[in-house]
Write a protein of this length. Structure first.
Length: 213
């Protein structure tokens, strides 16, 4: 039996992405997100219009999409309630976010140089995709409540790095899905490709209703 329902959010389960960008002073920003999907060598990212990651991408036209595996959940969660914006935007402040200028150090992760873009890759991530900005589309422009709050950002993946441990043994251009264990976000909780919750989530302390307009 189905029941009519009105969820505040529709995060049914997508891979977590750590997006690295460069701030105005040349320092690195690192932000976790999970509104991402790929088509060919292009990726569409759903981001807050006023987030530091969005600001950096629109200014520089570059980013790195780092995909953490399930065993990196603790590092990802240390970034969950941080922002590179100072001052902290009012909406994030109400939800308990804090300004954190040293994102890599905060997460205990290691920056390594990229080849085609300026932002660093995350050494510990098994998949790292260097990308350039193609287009930015404002979302919900017809809705006065949501207008100006979110953007769909299209990027082109220029170069993909993958750890040897997740590649097909006889084909280095293919990821072996039996070896790759991405970190998944579903309704504010972390999961792996196995039943059951993987790790407690700092984001889960925010009521889902707080995401409504």
């Amino acid at each position: 039996m189905h029941r009519l329902t009105h969820p505040a959010i529709l995060y049914f389960g997508t891979p977590v992405v750590l997006i690295s960008t460069l701030n105005e002073d040349g320092s690195a920003n690192l932000a976790p997100m999970s509104s991402a999907w790929w088509l060919g060598q292009r990726c569409v990212l759903g981001l807050g219009a006023l987030s530091k990651t969005t600001e950096n991408m629109l200014r520089t036209g570059e980013c790195v999409l780092n995909l953490p595996s399930a065993d990196m959940v603790a590092s990802v969660d240390r970034l969950a309630l941080t922002t590179g914006s100072d001052p902290v935007p009012e909406g994030k402040l109400r939800r308990g976010y804090r300004f954190e200028p040293e994102k890599f150090a905060c997460a205990g992760l290691t920056p390594v140089a990229s080849g085609t873009v300026s932002p660093p890759r995350v050494a510990e991530c098994a998949v790292q995709m260097e990308a350039s900005l193609l287009a930015a589309h404002p979302m919900a422009t017809e809705d006065p409540t949501w207008r100006g709050r979110h953007m769909a950002i299209e990027v082109l993946v220029q170069r993909t790095h993958a750890d040897d441990t997740i590649l097909m043994r006889d084909d280095p251009d293919r990821i072996d899905p039996d070896k790759w264990r991405p970190l998944i976000m579903s309704f504010q909780h972390y999961y792996g490709l196995a039943p059951g919750k993987l790790h407690g989530s700092a984001l889960a302390g925010i009521p889902e209703a707080a995401y409504r307009a």
